[in-house]
Design a protein around this ligand. Sequence first.
Ligand code: C5P
Length: 408
Amino acid sequence: MTVPIDASPLAGRRVLLIVGGGIAAVKAPDLIRRLRERGAAVRCVLTQAGHEFTTPLALSSLSEDRVFTDLFDLTDESEMGHIQLSRQADIVLVAPATANLMGRMAAGMAPDLAATLLLATDKPVMLAPAMNVRMWLHPATQRNLALLQGDGVMVVGPNEGNMACGEFGPGRMAEPLEIVAALEAHFGPRPLQGLRALVTSGPTHEPIDPVRYIANRSSGKQGHAIAAALARAGAKTVLVSGPTSQPDPAGVEVRRIETARQMLDACEAALPADIAVCAAAVADWRVATEAGEKLKKEKGGGPPGLAFAENPDILATLSGRAEARPGLVIGFAAETEKVIEHAVAKRQRKGCDWILANDVSPATGTFGGDNNSVTLISAGEPDTWPPLSKQQVAERLVQRIALHLGRT
Ligand code: C5P
């Protein structure tokens, strides 16, 4: 269904568009046109490097507003200081966001107008990164990206494809309509407003002795993406997370734990909740008695004999609660074979409402990777989704939840 343009959540919104210095700046005029078609007002800031790829005239013609370029323009300072410029918008959009701009933002540096108002703004910020594939994949850029996302900065793209420099890979700026869609999702209805959600994510660490533990390879990407999507949809979201390197999702209350038992305690403390999504890879077993001292390798003593005890099943416990059972309890079934058959049985066994079944056999690259192939198992027919990024799985799950709760 196409949304009529006049019903866009962007109608009446003020977008401050910072155009950075990359070849993708040539898409800025089209982006402005698309935003204005949907009723948004667009005011542009062009960086010095951005001038190499597009012109203030092109941007001002399409935005029908003046274009700001220089921090030390005294007329601007008296007429419209950079603080006001950044505050009069509803959102600051950086497209293209270059590696340089991202680095300056992550470091909190403000050598020019664009970086200054990014530091001065009190409004949400969205980046559409665009750069050479090696620059995008460089640990410095990825580190900056994680820092910025941790600060609540939203990111759309980049896409994978042929690049102007002749290389192939991630680094192409998202298309103007994808950026528009991300902005519409940000300003769109918040169907889960007023509801409370609980999400588990990441692995658990089960101690053997003070320095050793049993763990698994869960990255926490899927659980964190679900918590972020629930919060964007308006749910008051608590994320109970095992140790991961994921940044805390914006707008989510994060409670960090290590063991399965701590995870269960933190989940129960977060009740009541309307929605619970158990995405954590909880260790099924813990060492029955954690050694108080580091286990020693005794000469001729052989390996230590470890006795195990069963961990609580958080999904089953939440599902089976007589009191304060979350209205909709959702679990995951990571399987390597007979995915749907096993997931249907798991749904029964755990007593949850839905199971997201996914194939984690090594060939799929799901575990620790960025993509996921999911089948939603509910009381009805299994619903198999196409391969999606973990962010997209999160968005789609939230749409399904909203639909189920009659919130669309
Ligand atoms: O039993 P299995 O680990 O395959 O079940 C996976 C589902 O159960 C996931 O949703 C996981 O978060 C949840 N789980 C749990 N507590 C456990 C084991 C699994 O919440 N101890």
